[in-house]
Design a protein. Structure first.
Length: 417
């Protein structure tokens, strides 16, 4: 309770900018005695300053001068950085949120090796600190904001269109490089907190922020607290995990901008009723793509993707697969599965990780003993298929796989040429 009261008093001072003790008591509903004790502690810790209003020489004539409390700008200095696909923006601020220096680096960083991105961020932080006439050991913390799904508690970046890899412990990477505690946060969460602390949402305790950039990010503030998922996970509306292949996680959201630059739009067609599709997209949102529902699988058949039947022992690919063949298959999804697993075990593991609950429609589809093969197709303006990647090819060896990003972009460039 003591820590909560201390935070509420400090937060009230932050919001007001400059405020007297009696007003703090009124806004926090704490007694004047409690407020006096807390503010005395904050003064001793150097977090706030006391400023006297009026002329002390006239105090005898007018009574006791009014003492106003405000944040001490020198109590802390921090570096913030927003990492986007085509630029990095750095800023050094004091404890009041006043900007001491800024630096913008216009360069393409997405899909670079982690070491290269870390080098660029380190250089940007150090340059911005020097521009503020400070030394790095005078910085209390660094906060990096980037798009994607970030686990705030550990600083792990689960997925991001900036990184090739998934599950990156970027907080530790940058903390060790800089010798300064480094916090990694989703850019949408960082922007939400910035507006709440010092910006347009300064007086709001409930707000929703949607960031529109390479992906769609979401920040939800309720009761003055940032709403997070399990383990402090950030919310991200637009980073789509399409599937897993030998090359690792393939995220179409990270390619959407490049494809649009080539004049190529994207459409995903799912072979399920629209109600079930909406349920699925609760777990895998696709705001960057146009989605369509085709429960009759007309489009799948038109593109040569059959509905494969699972049999006891008969295999006639791609129309029938024996359970002996299916059970012998192993799905290798690094960082998604603990080890190569059988089809059924991998499906169960991933569903459990997603928190997905099976519906009656799911059970009926499983009981039917059939499964829809899938693929990706690149069409030119005349509707001619110029490139494809399907589970039908190579006698099913590409099942559960996706094309490498460079293969798709190379084909797209050829079509656009």
């Amino acid at each position: 309770m003591r820590a909560i009261n201390r935070f509420n008093v400090l937060d009230t001072i932050r919001r007001a900018g400059s405020i007297a003790r009696i007003e703090i008591s009124e806004r926090t509903q704490l007694s004047t005695t409690t407020v006096s004790a807390i503010t005395a502690s904050l003064l001793d810790d150097g977090l706030i300053l006391a400023r006297t209003e009026g002329d002390l020489r006239e105090a005898a004539a007018r009574g006791r001068p009014r003492v106003m409390l405000e944040l001490n700008p020198d109590a802390a200095r921090v570096v913030g950085a927003k990492i986007a696909a085509n630029r990095m923006v750095f800023v050094v601020t004091d404890f009041r949120g006043e900007v001491l220096s800024t630096l913008t680096l216009a360069l393409r960083v997405d899909r670079q090796p982690i070491g290269v991105i870390a080098d660029l961020i380190e250089d940007g932080v150090r340059r911005c600190v020097v521009d503020a006439n400070l030394a790095l050991d005078e910085i209390d913390s660094v906060c990096l904001g980037l798009p994607g799904v970030v686990e705030h508690r550990t600083g792990h970046v689960r997925t991001s269109p900036i990184f090739r890899e998934t599950g990156v412990d970027f907080s530790r990477e940058m903390s060790e490089r800089l010798g300064v505690t480094t916090i990694v946060e989703s850019d949408a969460h960082a922007i939400t907190l910035a507006h709440h602390w010092f910006g347009k949402a300064r007086d709001l305790d409930d707000m929703v922020l949607v960031s529109l950039e390479q992906t769609l990010g979401l920040g939800v503030l309720h009761g003055g607290q940032l709403f997070r998922g399990a383990g402090g996970l950030s919310h991200n509306l637009g980073d789509l995990v399409l599937g897993i292949g030998p090359q690792g996680t393939v995220r179409l959201a990270s390619l959407a901008g490049d494809l649009r630059e080539l004049g190529i739009d994207s459409l995903t067609v799912v072979n399920t009723p629209i109600e079930r599709a909406r349920l699925y997209f609760r777990y895998h949102p696709l705001p960057n793509l146009l989605a369509a529902s085709d429960p009759d699988r007309i489009s799948h058949r038109a593109f040569g993707l059959p509905n494969v039947e699972f049999t006891e022992s008969e295999t006639a690919w791609p129309h029938k697969v024996g359970m002996d063949v299916l059970t012998s298959m192993k799905i290798d999804m690094p960082k998604e599965l603990p080890e190569p697993m059988g089809v059924m075990a991998a499906t169960e593991y991933l569903d459990k990780a997603d928190g997905y609950e099976f519906t009656e429609d799911d059970r009926q589809m499983i009981a039917g003993g059939e499964g829809q093969l899938v693929g990706e197709f690149l069409l030119d303006r005349n509707g001619v298929v110029r490139w494809c990647f399907t589970e039908v090819a190579d006698n099913g060896r590409q099942m559960f796989g996706v094309p490498a990003a460079q293969d798709l972009m190379s084909a797209a460039s050829n079509v656009a040429a």
